[in-house]
Design a binder for this molecule. Structure first.
Ligand code: GCO
Ligand code: MN
Ligand code: MN
Length: 386
């Protein structure tokens, strides 16, 4: 029941399980795993697919023939092990050329190079059959506001995305573009820091229908926000194209913890939201094993992400089938057909009737909605005693 299968659509980036455990204070603690080995291991564990940055696969200094050899080998591994390349993206953060931004850089040469690099990376993603193309603007931000006028930064980002949407169309790639907000790290402040900000920005693009979101659990949590609410807003806007699952303590550095490792209740309501809403996209674990771990720990980490998701999925089904929980929910959602009819679909008569209506306010003020019991039952369900 908790065994991952391709139909569950679990994916991992090459950079996630491939993370060697470097941090700002210390050197790597694990040796590098080759992309083809990662493909083999993920397939064995029951994943659906793998994701990559251009340079996770092809080193930036590779010549044309080396590139072709690497890509051919990787394609072969995907087909041998039956794994899909689901999402591709561009590394626009590692090279010092991007130290002050890529698409938003104040230097026109850097901006042009960011487009050049992204188009080549899109070609690679298309060649490998990716359906989604992610834009995470890790360096698109600032530490000081003295240099960059933020309005210029936003205008440049819009220009770049409009250009790349046209390239997507012109080449017939049909990628779904997914923008990934993050409040900070590596920049002091990153532009468009949260889901709501990104949704507002998408509406200003030339092809908003081509562009949606790739929200990440850790990113809204770093900002102290409720990730489940953010994802609900993305779903409501028809913009949940892709999702990055992991975990994070509020107020800490970017931790990229195993899914469900920290905020179990939020993880539960997130899985419930994804499953109940019929989200059909990939479930990408953008996280990595603790720096303390060896390779065995890496695969424990990967198994743990998927297993916890499936356990929470089963808990969500139990929640939906639990008679006491459902009775509490039914009582919580108070119906009043006459008032509901008056309150929707404006007419002058309805407005007049509503204005004249006498409400029993003392009764409304007295009523307790039963949330303590409902929440306690949720906790008991998660603790396994229901
Ligand atoms: C982070 C981001 C990245 C992106 C990745 C793909 O905090 O570093 O989450 O892992 O998701 O670059 O775009
Ligand atoms: Mn992240
Ligand atoms: Mn991410």
């Amino acid at each position: 029941m908790y065994t991952p299968k391709p139909e569950h659509k679990f994916t991992f980036g090459l950079w996630t399980v491939g993370n060697p455990g470097r941090d700002p204070f210390g050197e790597p603690t694990r040796t590098k795993l080759s992309p083809t080995y990662i493909v083999q291991k993920l397939a064995e564990l029951g994943a659906y697919g793998v994701n990559l940055h251009d340079n996770d696969l092809v080193p930036s200094d590779a010549g044309a023939s080396e590139r072709d050899r690497i890509v051919k080998e990787f394609k072969q591994a995907l087909s041998d092990y039956g794994l899909k390349l689901v999402m591709a993206t561009t590394n626009l953060f590692g090279d010092p050329v991007f130290k002050d931004g890529a698409f938003t850089s104040a230097d026109a040469r850097v901006r042009a190079y960011a487009l050049h690099k992204t188009m080549h990376a899109m070609d690679l993603g298309a060649e490998l059959g990716a359906e989604f193309y992610v834009f995470w603007g890790g360096r698109e931000g600032a530490e000081v506001d003295a240099g960059m006028n933020t309005l210029d930064g936003l205008a440049r980002l819009r220009e770049a995305l409009n250009f790349l949407c046209e390239y997507n169309r012109d080449q017939g790639y049909n990628f779904k573009f997914a923008l990934e907000p993050k409040p900070n790290e590596p920049r002091g402040d990153i532009y468009l820091p949260v889901v709501g900000a990104m949704l507002g920005f998408i509406a200003t693009l030339d092809h908003p229908e081509m562009v949606g979101l790739n929200p990440e659990f850790a990113h809204e949590t770093m900002a102290g926000l409720n990730f489940v609410h953010a994802v609900a807003q993305a779903i409501d806007a028809g913009k949940l194209f892709h999702i990055d699952l992991n975990d994070q303590k509020i107020g800490r550095f970017d931790q990229d913890l195993r899914f469900g490792a920290e905020n179990l209740k939020s993880a539960f309501f997130l899985v419930k939201l994804l499953e109940d809403s019929g989200y059909a996209g990939p479930r990408h674990f953008d996280a990595h094993a603790l720096r303390t771990e060896d390779e065995a720990g890496v695969w424990e980490f990967a198994k743990g992400c998927m297993r916890t998701y499936l356990i929470l999925k089963e808990k969500a089904a139990r929640f939906n089938a639990d008679p006491e929980i459902q009775a509490l929910l039914a009582a919580y959602k108070v119906r009043d057909i006459a008032l509901e009819t008056l309150s929707k679909g404006y007419t002058r008569d309805k407005a007049a009737a509503l204005k004249a209506h006498l409400f029993d306010l003392p009764a409304l003020r007295r009523r307790g909605p039963g949330l303590e019991r409902l929440d306690q039952l949720t906790v008991e369900l998660l603790l396994g005693v229901r």
